[in-house]
Design a protein around this ligand. Sequence first.
Ligand code: 3HC
Ligand code: NAI
Length: 704
Amino acid sequence: MSQEVQASVVHTRLDGEVLVVSINNPPVNALGQAVRAGLLAAVEQAAGDAAVRCVLLVGEGKAFIAGADIREFGKPAMPPSLPEVCNRIEALDKPVVAAIHGPALGGGLEVAMSAHYRLALPAAKLGLPEVTLGLLPGAGGTQRAPRLMGVKAATELMLGGKHLSAKAAQAAGLVDKLAEGQDVLAAGLAYARELLAQGAQPRRTRDIEIADKAAALAELDALAADTAKKSRGLFSPAKIVECVRAAVELPFDEGLARERALFTECLDSPQRAGLVHAFFAEREVVKIPEAKAAAPRAFAKIAIIGGGTMGAGITVSALDAGLPVVMIERDAESIARGQANVEKVYDGLIARGRMTAEAKAAVMARYTPSTSYDDIGDVDLVIEAVFEDLEVKKAVFKELDRVCRKGAVLATNTSYLDIDAIAAATSRPEDVIGLHFFSPANIMKLLEIVVPAKVAPDVVATAFELAKKLKKVPVRAGVCDGFIGNRILAIYKQAADYIMEDGASPYEIDEAVRGFGYPMGPFQVTDLAGGDIGWATRKRRAATRDPKARYVEIADRVCEQGWFGQKTGRGFYLYPQGVRVGQADPEVLAIVDAERAKKGITPRKFTADEIMRRYMAAMVNEGAKVVEEGIALRPLDVDVTFISGYGFPRHRGGPMKWADMQGLEKVLADIREFAKEDALFWKPAPLLEKLVAEGKSFESLNSL
Ligand code: 3HC
Ligand code: NAI
């Protein structure tokens, strides 16, 4: 890296006796190689210049420093290393002040903890979120944070990955002083001068003694036990606890060496690769052609049609985002139920002490119930969430076409229906789009934005803007049966049904899927969502199903008993009064046996690994088809869909990233092997075959 580049990301300027070192590496001042080198050079400059009596570190732009440059992970390390930079800062024989006005995260906070004094402005955010990337703080954070904050608080900060406000950081011992306003340079200089006037000396975090080591170790034992329970196969949390143990037990330099070794293990882990992929994929999904081509339309007031499960959840989501909402229902009774559905959410928060009655009243003041479409002539955006029935939806859209102002965005929350057909019921298909929320809509992050043929680009851009306002993770999808998520789900659910009919119990399958990292298995999910929903879809599809396709009837048999899952007290599992974690049901196993016998299938054993190979191969193969058909823009859109909406373990990066990490040739070989049993179901996606033939990965398709 040339001197010029280094100079351009880290500037130094002498202000009286204070050397101001400012970091200018947009967008977030990440600690790329040039910044590390620039910081090191700045410290050397301070050390060598007698005119310098104090050093002030500040970040330009919105951030102090948002951490290591995540894009460098997985590439060859380039000196100087961040630990080296931090140690050099700490060792300087002149006081170093870090003035923090924005994110000081990960390596950013590690730099600040290596400084001798810390000042924070109101917008500061301090944290060690490395765990969210499969890592641990690797530049002294695990050794310095416990010294500044105490062992328990520091470990919890690192395990939780949360950000602290300036005030909370001061209370925790991370920050020495708070300043008002936004002028970080002025506040930093004032603090530096105050310290000089007091004759302040370098005050090194490494020299702080951890008090009461025995108590600290007992706290760590408790945290280690808790982490083992909660971290569901995650690699780095236990390593974080190990590092803090080293901070308590070992001299500082040995603790640092231990931290470095464990950091490298995390860096090399597939979990780190999966989590970093998820981090960038979530930021890439919003980069869609329409957002580049058109500006979003303004929306200040919205209407929701239908106040059932989804309508109410979407209403809460919009109200929480500060939007006024008009809810339309069919009649007085239905709108009363719709309003009750909304209030139930807030009453639940009040009961748990997470909301006050006054706050609820303030939110509900923005809610208007109505049974007349004439009340929504002035809204900017409508989201329809009525029954999943094409004719009902078409009738609603005719009404919307009649009453809504020109330019209003008209969206449907349909799960499966043809949005082009819904749009065609209006005189303005350019304004019609799909907004597929997930249940519960006020909680689930995913929002599939479904783009029909005739929609205008600015309507698509508006939908992405709405997602941002509602704090959702939007994914652009094309029109097809089930869009991205439900279409792929239908296929891997089918694979699970085949495995069940061939010999594994639903409980073994769920266990294997949980073992992979999902919070629940597919049969538990069916029981949670209600078996009747999938049953209705299967009946709807029966007429168009390929008669040659294998069809497993077990779920239909279960539904025929009226066993729809949790809401009826039994489904694939039994839920005796009040029990939420289901129990295995011998009667369900008897149904499974009977169905196998009916088809002349002799059940065979499946290991968890075999179950997952099939489950994942089905998911990846359909994912490839969805990308090839343009239903998903890129493989990463499939990954984000499954991580944000279907419980796919984030540390595996999503199904397409998982496939890349396995090696696509291995996944294709599995599919070809399974095709020997059922060539129709296991037809390899042409895109997958093409990528394997060319020696490429899904990643190669991720940049637009
Ligand atoms: N490295 C590289 N790029 C980064 C980055 C980082 N640490 N942090 C953010 N970016 C990029 C994003 O990818 C995005 O790029 P794009 O515009 O090309 O898509 C851009 O910066 C803006 O990021 P956001 O869209 O997330 O902006 P927000 O304003 O919403 O959020 C933030 C800012 C809170 C700083 C958020 O970006 C964030 O949480 N960043 C990651 C922080 C983090 O995890 N740091 C720890 C890194 S690991 C580490 O430090 C290891 C060390 O211990 C050795
Ligand atoms: P629901 O049955 O709970 O609610 C539908 C509501 O629409 C009822 O309150 C009904 O009174 C109202 N309604 C029917 N016709 C109406 C009309 N003409 N005008 C005004 N209101 C009318 O159904 P749910 O589950 O909320 O589903 C709604 C839509 O959301 C469906 O299209 C469904 O496919 C979709 N969806 C459902 C998900 C779920 O998990 N339940 C997830 C994602 C989408």
